[in-house]
Design a protein around this ligand. Structure first.
Ligand SMILES: [Zn+2]
Ligand SMILES: [Zn+2]
Length: 255
């Protein structure tokens, strides 16, 4: 990922605490427009300057052309309060071999998938298996992508419970594994909407679906009850794919 620096010089007598709140709102709008990743950017005041260091998927993710109505409105508000303009600078990359997001002209399909440590986009390209910045999609809802990001937060919450083991582990695992869970229902609905908006088939990832019994993949698709095991693993990851139900999954290592 790229680490960007967004900063502004405070040239007015505004309360810095009020301003940091407004800046925080701007950052949450950047997230909603799909331009920044995660909710973990550093934000601080130094002298008469506010600085924030968000993650982005592309070097130019913060380009004005990707701004939505809310980002533009809040940018103006912050600039008016400070009596100066926002400044943008790319600080660096998270690691040297960082691969850029999907660059396919047209993806064969998309997959909605995330996990408890991911700050990538929750949408990956089925052709190249790289992440797809949300701002490349048509607007999903209210100028941005918040419903997709709230599914992502729900999924990450369940995956965190599952990883931590002590509280709600079984419940969380069921939310991620069962096609009829509330979490899967929310995710499948999002897949349908993305498919409608883009005309690209969009699959939902069901967590580590089912297991080997001896050498056989015995469990059929939980949606249509038909065979869904793949002859060859897809992207060294997926073992199951049902084109009717638009779901993919992997074999659980815990038999
Ligand atoms: Zn791609
Ligand atoms: Zn199926």
């Amino acid at each position: 990922m790229y680490i960007q620096e967004i900063s502004i010089d405070i040239k007015s007598k505004v309360s810095k605490d009020e301003l940091i709140g407004e800046f925080h709102t701007l950052m949450s709008f950047y997230r909603g427009s799909g331009q920044t990743q995660g909710k973990i950017e550093s934000q601080y005041i130094t002298g008469n300057k506010i600085v924030c260091l968000p993650y982005t998927l592309e070097k130019n993710s913060l380009a004005r052309k990707y701004n939505n109505f809310y980002v533009n409105k809040q940018t103006k508000k912050v600039e008016d309060i400070c009596k100066s303009s926002l400044l943008f600078r790319t600080v660096g990359r998270s690691y040297n071999s960082y691969k850029s997001p999907c660059t396919c002209k047209k993806s064969a399909f998309f997959i909605l998938i995330t996990n408890y440590i991911s700050i990538d986009s929750p949408l990956t390209c089925g052709t190249c298996n790289r992440t797809v910045p949300l701002y490349r999609l048509p607007v999903y809802h209210d100028y941005g992508y918040m419903p997709i990001l709230s599914w992502e937060t729900n999924y990450i919450s369940c995956d965190s419970l599952q990883m931590n083991c002590k509280v709600g582990e079984r419940w969380a695992l069921n939310q991620m594994q069962e096609i009829k869970s509330q979490l899967s229902g929310q995710g499948l609905e999002i897949c349908k909407t993305i498919e409608k908006l883009t005309s690209i088939p969009t699959y939902y990832y069901l967590h580590n679906y089912r297991k080997l019994k001896g050498d056989q993949l015995v469990v059929p698709c939980p949606g249509c009850n038909k065979k869904w095991s793949l002859k060859e693993q897809l992207h060294n990851l997926y073992d199951f794919k049902c084109d009717r139900c638009k779901i993919v999954s992997t074999i659980s290592p815990n038999t």
